[in-house]
Design a protein around this ligand. Structure first.
Ligand code: ZN
Length: 238
C-alpha cells in the first residue's frame, strides 16, 4: 500500500510518457502505452513448415532454420520507437518489446531447440559513441524470458563500415561484406543459434554475420529482428 502511494507520488511529480504517442503512461505501463503496443503491426510467425517472407531472404545463402520479425517498420510511430532505442538512450524499450514477443510466441515453436542467442555486434566506434549496443538489449529480453543463454563473444565486428541508410540494396551488400569475424567457432559447432538485430531491411547486415557464423560448420541459424523494413512482405508469394 505504502509502495503504491510512493509510486503515485513519483508519477505525479515525474510523469512518464509513451515513447510512441507521447501520452502520459499509466502506473502499470512501461515506456510504451498498452494502446500503442497493440497498434504495432505484427508479423505473424506462421510456424516452421510455412516458410515466411523474411525466411525467404536467406534461402540458399545460409543454413537457415527460421526467420521472423516482430512488427512492420511503417510510419512515424515505428520510426520513433526505433530511434528512441538506437539513438536516444532508451534501449530498455527493446528489452520490453522482446519480452512481449516471447509472450506472444508461446506455442508457435519459434524458440524450439535454440541453444544460444547472439546479438549482431555493433561497430566499436558506434557503440563507444552511443555507450551501448541496442541488439544486446533485444537479445537479453529474449534470453531472460525464454531461459536461452545469450552470448556476445562468439562473433565480433572488425570493420567500421559506413552507415547503410542511403545505400541501394546492391551497395548495402558490398558495404557489409567481411565486416564480421567468428571468434569461437568451436562453441557453436553442432548448435542452433538465433541471431538478433533491431531492423532487417534487405537483410544484408545480418546475412553477413550469419555467413561468418556458418563458417563454424554444422550450425543451424535462425534470425529475429524487432522490425522488418523490407518491401516484399506485402506481396504474397506462392
Ligand atoms: Zn502510446
Amino acid at each position: 500500500m505504502q509502495r503504491d502511494m510512493y509510486r503515485e507520488l513519483l508519477d505525479f511529480f515525474f510523469p512518464r510518457f509513451c515513447a510512441m504517442c507521447e501520452n502520459r503512461l499509466a502506473l502499470f505501463e512501461q515506456y510504451i502505452c498498452v494502446g500503442c503496443l497493440r497498434e504495432l503491426n505484427r508479423i505473424e510467425y506462421e510456424g516452421k513448415d510455412k516458410h515466411g517472407v523474411i525466411e525467404r531472404l536467406f534461402w540458399g545463402k545460409i543454413p537457415i532454420e527460421r526467420a521472423t520479425s516482430m512488427f512492420l517498420y511503417e510510419g512515424e510511430k515505428t520510426r520513433k520507437i526505433l530511434h528512441n532505442i538506437k539513438y536516444f538512450d532508451k534501449p530498455e524499450i527493446a528489452t520490453l518489446l522482446a519480452k512481449v514477443f516471447v509472450q506472444e510466441s508461446r506455442g508457435n515453436g519459434f524458440f524450439d531447440n535454440i541453444d544460444m542467442i547472439i546479438p549482431v555486434p555493433l561497430a566499436k566506434k558506434k557503440s563507444r559513441k552511443r555507450g551501448y549496443n541496442q541488439c544486446d538489449y533485444i537479445a537479453n529480453g529474449l534470453g531472460v524470458n525464454t531461459g536461452i543463454p545469450v552470448r556476445n563473444d562468439i562473433i565480433a565486428r572488425i570493420v567500421n563500415n559506413p552507415t547503410q541508410t542511403h545505400l541501394s540494396p546492391e551497395e548495402r551488400k558490398t558495404n557489409v561484406e567481411g565486416i564480421f569475424q567468428i571468434i569461437k567457432p568451436e562453441e557453436i559447432r553442432g548448435k542452433h543459434v538465433l541471431l538478433v538485430d533491431d531492423v532487417i531491411t534487405t537483410g544484408s547486415t545480418i546475412l553477413s554475420a550469419a555467413k561468418e557464423i556458418a563458417k563454424a560448420q554444422d550450425v543451424k541459424i535462425s534470425i529475429f529482428s524487432l522490425a522488418f523494413a523490407g518491401e516484399m512482405i506485402r506481396t504474397s508469394l506462392p
